[in-house]
Design a protein around this ligand. Structure first.
Ligand code: NI
Length: 178
């Protein structure tokens, strides 16, 4: 297990399309997921995508009981999602604040589909098939965007609602690392 360096916005790898995983339940895949988990927890993140630690594969993990970064968000079950397919359910879009471990210190309002059907596999090759909404749907859309080379600032429509966390939210309890 190890905490890996998270690539920051500006790194070309974050703009790449990630390749699908072709073999499940391998030592390499388990080691990758362990490193992603260690890194996400170390940085108090609610999700992380493999490209953020320099691995251009379609692997994301997310989930939390209670987040210091998003204290008002409902819990999202811990999930390993590989080769995801996302389908919006309905046209409803809602605005919400997002941050990203690759864009430290900043947060912005991003429009996302409110309801989402997603499928994929876990690290053992078991199928995942879920219908979700709200913050869960937001996190999945954010993480899966990383696999297409999209960072959340590229989705912001109102740039007046993009800024530094400590300026925007002076009362938010600061996590140990952003
Ligand atoms: Ni991110």
């Amino acid at each position: 297990m190890s905490i890996r360096t998270v690539l920051r916005m500006g790194d070309a790898l974050l703009l790449q399309q990630a390749a699908p995983v072709t073999q499940f339940n391998t030592p390499e895949l388990h080691a990758l997921i362990q490193d992603m988990q260690d890194t996400m927890r170390h940085m108090s993140g609610v999700g992380i995508a493999a490209p953020q630690i320099g691995v251009s594969l379609q692997v994301v993990i997310f989930g939390f009981e209670q987040s210091t970064r998003y204290p008002d968000a409902d819990a999202v079950p811990y999930t390993v999602l590989i080769n995801p397919q996302l389908t919006p359910v309905g046209d409803a879009v809602e605005d919400g604040w997002e941050g990203c471990l690759s864009v430290p210190g900043l947060r912005g309002v991003v429009p996302r589909y409110q309801r989402l059907h997603y499928t994929g596999h876990d690290q053992f090759g078991n199928a995942i098939d879920r219908l979700v909404s709200g913050f869960h749907a937001r996190v999945v859309q954010h993480e899966c965007d990383h696999l297409q080379g999209i960072l959340y600032p590229m989705r912001i429509e109102d740039m007046s609602r993009f800024g530094y966390i400590d300026v925007l939210f002076p009362d938010l309890k600061k996590p140990e690392e952003e």
